[in-house]
Design a protein around this ligand. Structure first.
Ligand code: SF4
Length: 105
């Protein structure tokens, strides 16, 4: 992770998440953990953003290869800076994992 932060390593997924705050509307910690577990075996470099709200989340989610901005009971999925669709909260982790695998295979 240190090597990646310094731009010296370009391998495997990089998961970015927000620190959460009062605006967070999803169970972000568990969501991030599930996503990290689900993409742990991916070798290709891919930047994934998991953000807690639709106020500041979309900016970071658009900058990543794949991203989610959480909303009330749902989230918006972004791919390469574009909105793909709205996803129910219970399906966010598996949707993101599937998209990462699709993008890197
Ligand atoms: S992305 Fe939203 S929920 Fe996360 S820290 Fe920023 S404002 Fe708070």
């Amino acid at each position: 992770m240190i090597l990646r932060a310094l731009g010296l390593r370009e391998r495997g997924p990089e998961v970015i998440s927000c620190p959460t705050c009062g605006r967070c509307q999803i169970d972000l910690v568990n969501l991030v953990e599930e996503v990290e577990r689900g993409i742990a075996g991916v070798d290709d470099a891919v930047k994934v953003a998991v953000m807690g709200c639709v106020v500041n989340g979309p900016g970071e989610a658009r900058d990543a290869d794949l991203g989610i901005a959480g909303g009330k009971g749902s989230g918006v999925l972004f791919r390469s800076g574009e909105i793909v669709r709205k996803v129910k909260e219970g399906e966010l982790a598996q949707t993101l994992i599937r998209e990462v695998r699709r993008m890197t295979e």
